[in-house]
Design a protein around this ligand. Structure first.
Ligand code: GLU
Length: 462
Protein backbone atom coordinates (compact mmCIF):
# COMPACT_ATOMS: atom_id res chain seq x y z
CA UNK A 1 0.00 0.00 0.00
CA UNK A 2 1.22 3.47 -0.82
CA UNK A 3 1.74 5.50 2.36
CA UNK A 4 2.70 9.16 2.52
CA UNK A 5 3.12 11.42 5.50
CA UNK A 6 3.30 15.06 6.37
CA UNK A 7 5.80 15.68 9.13
CA UNK A 8 5.74 19.28 10.34
CA UNK A 9 7.90 20.59 13.15
CA UNK A 10 5.58 22.62 15.38
CA UNK A 11 7.99 25.49 15.84
CA UNK A 12 6.08 28.28 14.15
CA UNK A 13 2.87 28.76 12.29
CA UNK A 14 1.95 26.37 9.48
CA UNK A 15 2.68 28.32 6.31
CA UNK A 16 1.55 27.83 2.73
CA UNK A 17 4.66 25.90 1.73
CA UNK A 18 3.88 23.35 4.42
CA UNK A 19 0.28 23.12 3.38
CA UNK A 20 1.34 22.55 -0.23
CA UNK A 21 3.52 19.63 0.85
CA UNK A 22 0.63 18.24 2.88
CA UNK A 23 -1.68 18.58 -0.11
CA UNK A 24 0.72 16.76 -2.43
CA UNK A 25 1.11 13.95 0.13
CA UNK A 26 -2.65 13.77 0.62
CA UNK A 27 -3.43 13.68 -3.12
CA UNK A 28 -0.86 11.05 -3.92
CA UNK A 29 -2.00 8.76 -1.10
CA UNK A 30 -5.70 9.13 -1.80
CA UNK A 31 -5.26 8.74 -5.53
CA UNK A 32 -3.61 5.39 -4.90
CA UNK A 33 -6.07 4.23 -2.25
CA UNK A 34 -3.21 4.53 0.16
CA UNK A 35 -2.78 6.21 3.51
CA UNK A 36 -1.87 9.75 4.38
CA UNK A 37 -0.32 10.02 7.84
CA UNK A 38 0.46 12.98 10.04
CA UNK A 39 3.51 13.04 12.27
CA UNK A 40 4.35 15.94 14.53
CA UNK A 41 8.12 16.30 14.79
CA UNK A 42 8.25 17.72 18.27
CA UNK A 43 11.56 16.47 19.59
CA UNK A 44 13.01 19.95 19.86
CA UNK A 45 11.34 20.72 23.16
CA UNK A 46 12.78 24.21 23.37
CA UNK A 47 11.37 25.35 20.04
CA UNK A 48 8.04 23.53 20.02
CA UNK A 49 4.82 25.24 20.79
CA UNK A 50 1.43 23.87 21.61
CA UNK A 51 -0.17 26.67 19.59
CA UNK A 52 1.69 25.49 16.50
CA UNK A 53 0.27 21.98 16.97
CA UNK A 54 -3.21 23.45 17.35
CA UNK A 55 -2.68 25.58 14.23
CA UNK A 56 -1.69 22.50 12.22
CA UNK A 57 -4.80 20.63 13.32
CA UNK A 58 -6.97 23.64 12.65
CA UNK A 59 -5.54 24.03 9.14
CA UNK A 60 -6.15 20.36 8.40
CA UNK A 61 -9.73 20.68 9.58
CA UNK A 62 -10.36 23.85 7.60
CA UNK A 63 -8.93 22.48 4.36
CA UNK A 64 -10.45 19.04 4.96
CA UNK A 65 -7.14 17.32 4.32
CA UNK A 66 -8.01 14.49 6.63
CA UNK A 67 -5.20 12.22 7.66
CA UNK A 68 -5.51 8.52 8.36
CA UNK A 69 -4.81 6.94 11.72
CA UNK A 70 -3.85 8.76 14.89
CA UNK A 71 -1.35 11.58 14.82
CA UNK A 72 2.15 10.37 15.71
CA UNK A 73 4.03 12.60 18.15
CA UNK A 74 7.76 12.04 18.13
CA UNK A 75 8.02 13.36 21.67
CA UNK A 76 6.17 10.25 22.85
CA UNK A 77 8.42 7.77 21.11
CA UNK A 78 11.74 8.12 22.91
CA UNK A 79 11.70 4.48 24.05
CA UNK A 80 11.46 3.34 20.46
CA UNK A 81 14.36 5.54 19.39
CA UNK A 82 16.48 4.41 22.34
CA UNK A 83 15.92 0.81 21.37
CA UNK A 84 17.18 1.39 17.84
CA UNK A 85 20.16 3.38 19.02
CA UNK A 86 21.05 0.55 21.35
CA UNK A 87 20.68 -1.92 18.49
CA UNK A 88 23.19 0.04 16.43
CA UNK A 89 25.57 0.26 19.38
CA UNK A 90 25.29 -3.50 19.96
CA UNK A 91 25.95 -4.21 16.31
CA UNK A 92 28.93 -1.84 16.41
CA UNK A 93 27.36 0.25 13.68
CA UNK A 94 27.34 3.18 16.05
CA UNK A 95 29.65 4.14 18.87
CA UNK A 96 30.06 6.49 21.81
CA UNK A 97 32.19 9.48 21.11
CA UNK A 98 34.00 10.82 24.19
CA UNK A 99 35.38 14.03 22.81
CA UNK A 100 36.25 16.43 25.60
CA UNK A 101 35.02 20.01 25.55
CA UNK A 102 38.45 21.11 24.36
CA UNK A 103 38.37 18.64 21.49
CA UNK A 104 34.87 19.75 20.55
CA UNK A 105 35.85 23.40 20.66
CA UNK A 106 38.87 22.71 18.55
CA UNK A 107 36.71 20.94 15.93
CA UNK A 108 34.15 23.77 15.97
CA UNK A 109 36.95 26.29 15.53
CA UNK A 110 38.33 24.43 12.57
CA UNK A 111 34.84 24.17 11.10
CA UNK A 112 34.30 27.87 11.57
CA UNK A 113 37.61 28.92 10.04
CA UNK A 114 37.59 26.51 7.20
CA UNK A 115 35.48 27.21 4.17
CA UNK A 116 35.64 23.54 3.27
CA UNK A 117 33.56 21.35 5.53
CA UNK A 118 35.76 20.03 8.30
CA UNK A 119 34.56 16.60 9.13
CA UNK A 120 34.66 14.78 12.39
CA UNK A 121 37.74 12.62 12.01
CA UNK A 122 36.37 9.41 13.49
CA UNK A 123 38.76 9.48 16.43
CA UNK A 124 36.49 7.36 18.67
CA UNK A 125 35.31 5.03 15.90
CA UNK A 126 37.39 2.09 17.03
CA UNK A 127 37.89 3.20 20.63
CA UNK A 128 37.92 0.34 23.12
CA UNK A 129 39.79 1.82 26.01
CA UNK A 130 38.28 2.82 29.34
CA UNK A 131 35.65 5.54 28.82
CA UNK A 132 36.75 8.83 30.39
CA UNK A 133 34.83 9.15 33.66
CA UNK A 134 33.76 12.76 33.44
CA UNK A 135 32.45 12.80 29.88
CA UNK A 136 28.92 12.13 28.78
CA UNK A 137 29.31 10.74 25.28
CA UNK A 138 27.22 11.39 22.19
CA UNK A 139 26.42 8.49 19.88
CA UNK A 140 27.77 8.61 16.35
CA UNK A 141 26.90 6.34 13.47
CA UNK A 142 29.58 4.74 11.35
CA UNK A 143 28.97 6.34 8.01
CA UNK A 144 30.59 4.99 4.84
CA UNK A 145 34.03 6.46 4.36
CA UNK A 146 33.99 6.65 0.60
CA UNK A 147 31.92 6.05 -2.48
CA UNK A 148 28.62 7.61 -3.37
CA UNK A 149 25.14 7.62 -2.01
CA UNK A 150 22.62 7.93 -4.75
CA UNK A 151 18.90 7.61 -5.14
CA UNK A 152 16.28 8.30 -7.75
CA UNK A 153 14.26 11.31 -6.75
CA UNK A 154 10.81 11.44 -8.30
CA UNK A 155 11.19 15.16 -9.00
CA UNK A 156 14.91 15.66 -9.50
CA UNK A 157 15.91 12.42 -11.16
CA UNK A 158 19.08 10.70 -10.02
CA UNK A 159 20.72 12.47 -7.11
CA UNK A 160 24.28 11.53 -6.15
CA UNK A 161 26.24 12.55 -3.10
CA UNK A 162 29.93 12.00 -2.78
CA UNK A 163 30.39 10.53 0.68
CA UNK A 164 33.72 12.30 1.13
CA UNK A 165 32.07 15.68 0.63
CA UNK A 166 28.91 15.32 2.60
CA UNK A 167 29.27 12.70 5.29
CA UNK A 168 31.13 12.00 8.45
CA UNK A 169 30.20 9.86 11.43
CA UNK A 170 27.36 12.14 12.39
CA UNK A 171 25.73 12.26 15.80
CA UNK A 172 22.51 10.28 16.18
CA UNK A 173 22.02 10.82 19.92
CA UNK A 174 23.00 13.73 22.14
CA UNK A 175 24.94 13.26 25.35
CA UNK A 176 21.64 13.11 27.27
CA UNK A 177 20.51 10.21 25.10
CA UNK A 178 17.95 12.14 23.05
CA UNK A 179 18.02 11.15 19.40
CA UNK A 180 18.70 13.57 16.57
CA UNK A 181 16.54 14.65 13.73
CA UNK A 182 17.75 12.50 10.82
CA UNK A 183 17.72 9.41 12.97
CA UNK A 184 14.13 9.76 14.16
CA UNK A 185 12.85 10.67 10.69
CA UNK A 186 14.31 7.50 9.18
CA UNK A 187 13.13 5.29 12.04
CA UNK A 188 9.63 6.74 12.02
CA UNK A 189 9.17 6.71 8.27
CA UNK A 190 10.10 3.08 8.31
CA UNK A 191 8.00 2.06 11.32
CA UNK A 192 5.01 3.97 9.97
CA UNK A 193 5.30 2.07 6.71
CA UNK A 194 5.87 5.24 4.70
CA UNK A 195 6.61 4.28 1.11
CA UNK A 196 6.85 7.75 -0.45
CA UNK A 197 8.36 10.81 1.15
CA UNK A 198 7.25 14.05 -0.46
CA UNK A 199 8.89 17.08 1.15
CA UNK A 200 10.56 20.40 0.49
CA UNK A 201 13.94 20.28 -1.24
CA UNK A 202 15.46 22.06 1.73
CA UNK A 203 15.63 18.50 3.08
CA UNK A 204 17.58 17.13 0.15
CA UNK A 205 20.88 17.30 2.02
CA UNK A 206 19.41 15.27 4.89
CA UNK A 207 18.56 12.40 2.61
CA UNK A 208 22.04 10.78 2.39
CA UNK A 209 22.21 10.76 6.19
CA UNK A 210 18.82 9.16 6.42
CA UNK A 211 19.86 6.57 3.85
CA UNK A 212 22.88 5.72 6.01
CA UNK A 213 20.47 5.08 8.89
CA UNK A 214 18.08 2.98 6.83
CA UNK A 215 20.98 0.88 5.65
CA UNK A 216 22.47 0.47 9.11
CA UNK A 217 19.10 -0.66 10.51
CA UNK A 218 18.36 -2.73 7.39
CA UNK A 219 15.14 -0.84 6.83
CA UNK A 220 13.44 -0.22 3.51
CA UNK A 221 14.28 3.09 1.91
CA UNK A 222 11.18 4.99 0.76
CA UNK A 223 10.90 6.75 -2.55
CA UNK A 224 11.73 10.45 -2.30
CA UNK A 225 10.24 13.47 -4.00
CA UNK A 226 11.94 16.74 -3.14
CA UNK A 227 9.70 19.62 -4.06
CA UNK A 228 11.33 22.92 -5.07
CA UNK A 229 10.70 25.88 -2.81
CA UNK A 230 8.15 28.61 -3.29
CA UNK A 231 9.85 31.92 -4.04
CA UNK A 232 8.56 35.46 -4.03
CA UNK A 233 8.27 37.62 -7.15
CA UNK A 234 11.93 38.65 -6.79
CA UNK A 235 13.15 35.09 -6.72
CA UNK A 236 13.88 35.24 -2.99
CA UNK A 237 12.72 32.85 -0.30
CA UNK A 238 9.09 33.54 0.51
CA UNK A 239 8.72 35.51 3.70
CA UNK A 240 5.92 36.95 5.78
CA UNK A 241 6.12 40.20 3.86
CA UNK A 242 5.23 38.40 0.64
CA UNK A 243 2.09 37.05 2.21
CA UNK A 244 3.55 33.75 3.37
CA UNK A 245 1.11 33.85 6.17
CA UNK A 246 -0.06 31.23 8.50
CA UNK A 247 -2.65 29.08 6.78
CA UNK A 248 -5.46 30.30 9.00
CA UNK A 249 -4.68 33.92 8.08
CA UNK A 250 -5.97 33.13 4.61
CA UNK A 251 -9.27 32.22 6.18
CA UNK A 252 -9.33 35.58 7.95
CA UNK A 253 -8.75 37.20 4.57
CA UNK A 254 -11.85 35.54 3.17
CA UNK A 255 -10.07 32.92 1.08
CA UNK A 256 -11.95 29.68 0.55
CA UNK A 257 -10.05 26.51 1.41
CA UNK A 258 -11.00 25.12 -2.02
CA UNK A 259 -9.33 28.14 -3.63
CA UNK A 260 -6.23 27.94 -1.47
CA UNK A 261 -5.70 24.26 -2.27
CA UNK A 262 -6.29 24.95 -5.96
CA UNK A 263 -3.75 27.78 -5.83
CA UNK A 264 -1.23 25.56 -4.04
CA UNK A 265 -1.59 22.56 -6.32
CA UNK A 266 -0.70 24.78 -9.27
CA UNK A 267 2.24 26.29 -7.44
CA UNK A 268 4.78 23.73 -8.53
CA UNK A 269 2.66 21.43 -10.67
CA UNK A 270 0.58 21.80 -13.81
CA UNK A 271 -1.74 19.87 -16.02
CA UNK A 272 -1.81 21.46 -19.46
CA UNK A 273 -2.93 25.03 -18.98
CA UNK A 274 -5.81 24.22 -16.68
CA UNK A 275 -6.04 26.61 -13.72
CA UNK A 276 -9.14 25.53 -11.84
CA UNK A 277 -9.15 22.08 -10.32
CA UNK A 278 -11.86 20.56 -8.21
CA UNK A 279 -10.65 18.14 -5.56
CA UNK A 280 -11.76 15.28 -7.80
CA UNK A 281 -9.73 16.65 -10.68
CA UNK A 282 -6.69 17.12 -8.48
CA UNK A 283 -7.05 13.50 -7.40
CA UNK A 284 -7.43 12.41 -10.97
CA UNK A 285 -4.55 14.32 -12.49
CA UNK A 286 -1.96 14.93 -9.77
CA UNK A 287 1.22 12.93 -9.94
CA UNK A 288 4.33 13.93 -7.98
CA UNK A 289 6.49 12.80 -10.90
CA UNK A 290 5.11 15.82 -12.76
CA UNK A 291 6.12 18.34 -10.08
CA UNK A 292 8.13 21.17 -11.64
CA UNK A 293 11.87 20.89 -11.32
CA UNK A 294 12.33 24.60 -10.72
CA UNK A 295 11.07 26.77 -7.91
CA UNK A 296 7.69 28.41 -8.30
CA UNK A 297 6.79 32.04 -7.75
CA UNK A 298 4.10 33.03 -5.30
CA UNK A 299 1.61 35.46 -6.76
CA UNK A 300 -1.09 36.58 -4.37
CA UNK A 301 -3.13 38.19 -7.15
CA UNK A 302 -3.56 34.78 -8.67
CA UNK A 303 -4.89 33.45 -5.38
CA UNK A 304 -7.43 36.29 -5.28
CA UNK A 305 -8.43 35.53 -8.85
CA UNK A 306 -8.90 31.82 -8.11
CA UNK A 307 -10.87 32.70 -4.99
CA UNK A 308 -13.22 34.90 -7.03
CA UNK A 309 -13.72 32.06 -9.52
CA UNK A 310 -14.75 29.76 -6.68
CA UNK A 311 -17.12 32.31 -5.21
CA UNK A 312 -18.73 32.66 -8.65
CA UNK A 313 -19.17 28.96 -9.19
CA UNK A 314 -19.43 27.09 -5.89
CA UNK A 315 -22.73 25.52 -5.00
CA UNK A 316 -24.94 28.00 -3.16
CA UNK A 317 -25.34 25.66 -0.21
CA UNK A 318 -21.56 25.56 0.24
CA UNK A 319 -21.33 29.37 0.23
CA UNK A 320 -24.13 29.52 2.79
CA UNK A 321 -22.19 27.09 4.95
CA UNK A 322 -19.02 29.17 4.59
CA UNK A 323 -20.81 32.41 5.43
CA UNK A 324 -22.05 30.80 8.62
CA UNK A 325 -18.42 30.13 9.61
CA UNK A 326 -17.82 33.85 9.07
CA UNK A 327 -20.70 34.76 11.38
CA UNK A 328 -23.50 35.31 8.86
CA UNK A 329 -26.24 32.80 9.43
CA UNK A 330 -28.63 32.81 6.49
CA UNK A 331 -30.64 29.81 7.64
CA UNK A 332 -33.64 31.93 8.65
CA UNK A 333 -33.45 34.06 5.54
CA UNK A 334 -35.96 32.91 2.97
CA UNK A 335 -34.22 34.33 -0.08
CA UNK A 336 -30.70 33.22 0.81
CA UNK A 337 -30.06 31.44 -2.47
CA UNK A 338 -31.22 34.36 -4.60
CA UNK A 339 -29.13 36.66 -2.43
CA UNK A 340 -25.96 34.62 -2.97
CA UNK A 341 -26.59 34.30 -6.69
CA UNK A 342 -27.05 38.02 -6.95
CA UNK A 343 -23.86 38.87 -5.05
CA UNK A 344 -21.39 36.15 -5.90
CA UNK A 345 -20.04 37.88 -9.01
CA UNK A 346 -19.24 41.01 -7.05
CA UNK A 347 -17.18 39.52 -4.25
CA UNK A 348 -13.50 38.67 -4.42
CA UNK A 349 -13.50 37.14 -0.98
CA UNK A 350 -15.90 35.88 1.65
CA UNK A 351 -15.55 38.97 3.83
CA UNK A 352 -16.77 41.09 0.94
CA UNK A 353 -19.60 38.69 0.23
CA UNK A 354 -20.61 38.82 3.86
CA UNK A 355 -20.49 42.63 3.96
CA UNK A 356 -22.61 43.09 0.85
CA UNK A 357 -25.05 40.41 2.01
CA UNK A 358 -25.34 42.10 5.40
CA UNK A 359 -25.99 45.45 3.76
CA UNK A 360 -28.98 43.97 1.98
CA UNK A 361 -30.34 41.79 4.76
CA UNK A 362 -30.13 44.40 7.51
CA UNK A 363 -31.63 47.85 7.69
CA UNK A 364 -28.94 50.46 7.17
CA UNK A 365 -27.71 51.92 10.42
CA UNK A 366 -26.16 54.88 8.66
CA UNK A 367 -26.20 56.36 5.21
CA UNK A 368 -23.27 57.13 2.95
CA UNK A 369 -22.83 60.87 3.30
CA UNK A 370 -21.63 61.48 -0.26
CA UNK A 371 -24.58 59.57 -1.72
CA UNK A 372 -26.99 61.49 0.51
CA UNK A 373 -25.55 64.83 -0.61
CA UNK A 374 -25.67 63.85 -4.24
CA UNK A 375 -29.02 62.15 -4.53
CA UNK A 376 -31.26 63.24 -1.68
CA UNK A 377 -33.13 66.54 -1.60
CA UNK A 378 -36.61 67.71 -0.87
CA UNK A 379 -37.81 66.62 -4.30
CA UNK A 380 -36.32 63.14 -4.28
CA UNK A 381 -37.63 62.57 -0.76
CA UNK A 382 -41.06 63.54 -1.99
CA UNK A 383 -40.72 61.02 -4.82
CA UNK A 384 -39.67 58.35 -2.32
CA UNK A 385 -42.68 59.13 -0.10
CA UNK A 386 -45.06 58.90 -3.02
CA UNK A 387 -43.50 55.66 -4.15
CA UNK A 388 -43.74 54.19 -0.68
CA UNK A 389 -47.39 55.17 -0.45
CA UNK A 390 -47.98 53.30 -3.65
CA UNK A 391 -46.11 50.24 -2.36
CA UNK A 392 -48.30 50.27 0.74
CA UNK A 393 -51.33 49.61 -1.47
CA UNK A 394 -49.72 46.58 -3.11
CA UNK A 395 -49.85 42.90 -2.31
CA UNK A 396 -48.09 39.90 -3.80
CA UNK A 397 -45.20 41.89 -5.19
CA UNK A 398 -42.50 39.29 -4.95
CA UNK A 399 -40.34 38.78 -8.01
CA UNK A 400 -37.83 41.22 -9.48
CA UNK A 401 -40.14 41.58 -12.47
CA UNK A 402 -43.08 42.47 -10.18
CA UNK A 403 -41.01 45.31 -8.73
CA UNK A 404 -39.89 46.37 -12.17
CA UNK A 405 -43.55 46.67 -13.25
CA UNK A 406 -44.49 48.65 -10.15
CA UNK A 407 -41.52 50.99 -10.52
CA UNK A 408 -42.10 51.51 -14.26
CA UNK A 409 -45.81 52.18 -13.68
CA UNK A 410 -44.98 54.69 -10.95
CA UNK A 411 -42.38 56.47 -13.11
CA UNK A 412 -44.81 56.70 -15.99
CA UNK A 413 -47.66 58.05 -13.88
CA UNK A 414 -45.42 60.69 -12.33
CA UNK A 415 -43.50 61.43 -15.48
CA UNK A 416 -40.15 60.58 -13.89
CA UNK A 417 -36.95 58.93 -15.01
CA UNK A 418 -35.57 55.76 -13.36
CA UNK A 419 -32.48 57.50 -12.00
CA UNK A 420 -34.67 59.90 -10.01
CA UNK A 421 -36.01 56.99 -8.03
CA UNK A 422 -33.33 54.31 -8.27
CA UNK A 423 -30.53 56.05 -6.36
CA UNK A 424 -32.70 57.41 -3.52
CA UNK A 425 -34.25 54.00 -3.11
CA UNK A 426 -30.83 52.34 -3.02
CA UNK A 427 -29.84 54.71 -0.25
CA UNK A 428 -33.01 53.79 1.64
CA UNK A 429 -32.48 50.07 1.22
CA UNK A 430 -28.71 49.55 1.58
CA UNK A 431 -27.46 52.90 2.87
CA UNK A 432 -25.44 53.77 -0.23
CA UNK A 433 -25.91 54.41 -3.93
CA UNK A 434 -24.13 51.20 -4.84
CA UNK A 435 -25.94 47.92 -5.04
CA UNK A 436 -26.57 45.16 -7.53
CA UNK A 437 -29.58 45.40 -9.82
CA UNK A 438 -32.16 47.40 -7.92
CA UNK A 439 -35.11 45.17 -8.88
CA UNK A 440 -33.27 42.07 -7.67
CA UNK A 441 -32.39 43.81 -4.44
CA UNK A 442 -36.01 44.88 -3.92
CA UNK A 443 -37.23 41.37 -4.52
CA UNK A 444 -34.78 39.97 -1.98
CA UNK A 445 -35.51 42.60 0.67
CA UNK A 446 -39.27 42.09 0.24
CA UNK A 447 -42.20 44.48 0.25
CA UNK A 448 -42.63 44.85 4.01
CA UNK A 449 -38.97 45.64 4.67
CA UNK A 450 -38.71 48.02 1.73
CA UNK A 451 -41.65 50.06 3.05
CA UNK A 452 -40.03 50.18 6.48
CA UNK A 453 -36.61 51.21 5.19
CA UNK A 454 -38.03 53.90 2.91
CA UNK A 455 -40.11 55.22 5.83
CA UNK A 456 -36.99 55.34 7.97
CA UNK A 457 -35.11 57.40 5.41
CA UNK A 458 -38.05 59.72 4.80
CA UNK A 459 -38.43 60.29 8.55
CA UNK A 460 -34.72 61.06 8.81
CA UNK A 461 -34.99 63.62 6.00
CA UNK A 462 -31.97 65.16 4.31
N1 GLU B 1 9.93 18.28 10.17
C1 GLU B 1 10.45 18.71 8.91
C2 GLU B 1 9.99 20.12 8.62
O1 GLU B 1 9.04 20.58 9.20
C3 GLU B 1 10.04 17.81 7.77
C4 GLU B 1 10.76 16.54 7.74
C5 GLU B 1 10.47 15.67 6.56
O2 GLU B 1 9.49 15.91 5.85
O3 GLU B 1 11.22 14.71 6.39
O4 GLU B 1 10.56 20.77 7.78
Amino acid sequence: MLVTRFAPSPTGYLHVGGLRTALYCYLWAKKNDGKFLLRIEDTDLKRNSQEAVIAIKEAFKWTKLSHDEKIIYQSKRSDIYKKYIQQLLNEKKAYYCYMSDEEKNELHERQKNNKERTKYDGRYREFNGTPPANIKPVVRIKAPLEGQISFIDGVKGEVKFDVKNVLDDFVIARDDGTPLYNFVVAVDDSLMGVTEVIRGDDHLSNTPKQIVIYNALKLNIPKFYHVPMILNQNGKKLSKRDGAMSVMDYKKDGILPEALLNFLVRLGWSHGDQEIFSMNEMLEFFNPNDINKSASAYNIEKLYWINAQYIKTLHVSRLIEVLKEYGLDLSGFEKSEALIDLLRDRAKNINELKDIANSIINEPTNYDQKAVEKFLNVDTLEILRAFNNELKTKKNIILADDFKNVVNGFLKNHNLKLKQLAQPIRIAIVGSAISPSIFDVLSIVGLKNIIKRVDNLCKRGV
